[in-house]
Design a protein around this ligand. Structure first.
Ligand code: SF4
Ligand code: SF4
Length: 350
């Protein structure tokens, strides 16, 4: 099994080192424009936060998988886990916020010992779209998780799960040996109780991200290909496919550097820059909360330890008026959100 950057004591486990790489070299020499300069060309700097619509909570970096591309550097060795006290603070905020979507992520969020309690409490607030980003294999990993599909159904959870390909070889290469088979088993369990089925309100979306140093293809074509293959091979159904671009941070940055693809990938991102995607990047309507309650513009900035540009820095200081209109903190990784059709946790944006 691959090890996390932290476990390997890699220099890239340090977010400052990642930011140095993203600021130096081809960007310092002027071979490529910085993201700030690029969005300034169309008068889109500074990027401003608009009305909050999505509250994304990272409940911890522990995961049963160690995927090659993971921007969290998650794995079984990561011990950062949100406490019940921090969850309690968040529940108070969910009650006040105008956000229509609550999005729980990790790591594997289900590995947080307070996960079920938090879902039960948060679902009482009546948020319109309650997402859990489940990696699927957690469902089959241990007997104690086998009833997760029923638990999700009981609380009308919208499940969003990564599935980089409809073939075993490509999926296992990125996500680890055995992940494809376990994911298929979990998808069948979810389908069996109505998730992703026609005429059912239980939503099951899949996330595609490229298995190498290239940008995703067209989202709707990919969705058609996935639906056809998963139905033909396994009789599996799902609602939508989100195509996501791998951002050049954490383990994907490590992969790019180790495979000598870093510069080519950055050139590809800059060449595919789409100014129309800038206005719709997810940090403009999303707030990310870390396992220890700090606020970030997005999960990527959280992993780069780029704190939010606001007087309200922690969930205990939450103030929607202070957060609206703030300048978003950017760096060259942001090119990943504006390439081609754009990319967000909900897939293409433009
Ligand atoms: S399942 Fe998700 S959080 Fe876990 S290692 Fe893979 S990409 Fe990272
Ligand atoms: S990486 Fe984060 S801050 Fe940068 S554009 Fe994407 S969502 Fe916004």
């Amino acid at each position: 099994m691959l090890k996390s950057l932290h476990k390997r004591h890699s220099e890239l486990a340090n977010s400052k080192r990642q930011l140095e790489i993203l600021s130096n070299g081809i960007f310092k020499s002027g071979d490529l424009p910085t993201f700030k300069d690029k969005i300034s060309e169309t008068n889109q700097f500074p990027l401003k936060a608009k009305k909050l619509e999505i509250l994304q909570i990272n409940v911890g970096y522990m995961c049963n998988q160690v995927c090659e591309h993971c921007h969290v550097d998650a794995g079984p060795d990561r011990k950062e886990i949100m406490t019940r006290d921090t969850m309690q603070h968040i529940l108070e905020i969910i009650n006040q916020t105008g956000a229509h979507t609550l999005d729980l992520t990790g790591g594997a969020p289900e590995m947080n010992p307070n996960f079920r309690w938090f879902v039960e409490e948060a679902s009482k607030v009546g948020i319109k779209d309650f997402i859990v980003r489940s990696n699927l294999t957690i469902i089959t990993s241990n007997k104690k998780h086998h009833d997760l599909p029923e638990f999700f159904k009981k609380h009308n959870i919208h499940i969003v799960s990564s599935m980089p390909h409809w073939t075993k070889g490509k999926t296992d290469k990125q996500r680890g040996n055995g992940v494809f088979d376990a994911s298929i088993t979990a998808l069948k369990m979810l389908n069996a109780i109505g998730y992703g089925m026609p005429d059912s309100n239980l939503r099951l979306d899949l996330v595609y991200n490229p298995t190498g140093a290239f940008l995703p293809g067209n989202q709707s074509s990919l969705e058609k290909d996935f639906k056809k293959a998963l139905n033909a091979d396994f009789n599996i159904q799902f609602n939508n496919l989100f195509a996501i671009t791998n951002l050049p941070i954490s383990r994907f940055l490590d992969y790019l550097i180790a495979s000598d693809n870093y510069e080519d990938y950055m050139y590809a991102l800059v060449e595919a820059y789409n100014p129309a995607a800038v206005a719709k990047v997810m940090c403009t309507n999303t707030l990310s909360v870390s396992w220890d309650g700090y606020l970030y513009d997005c999960d990527f900035n959280q992993m780069l330890s780029l704190p939010i540009n606001s007087k309200a820095k922690h969930i205990s200081e939450y103030n929607e008026d202070l957060l609206i209109g703030r300048d978003i903190v950017i760096s060259q990784h942001c090119y990943g959100c504006t390439a081609g059709a754009g990319s967000s946790c909900q897939g293409s944006v433009a």
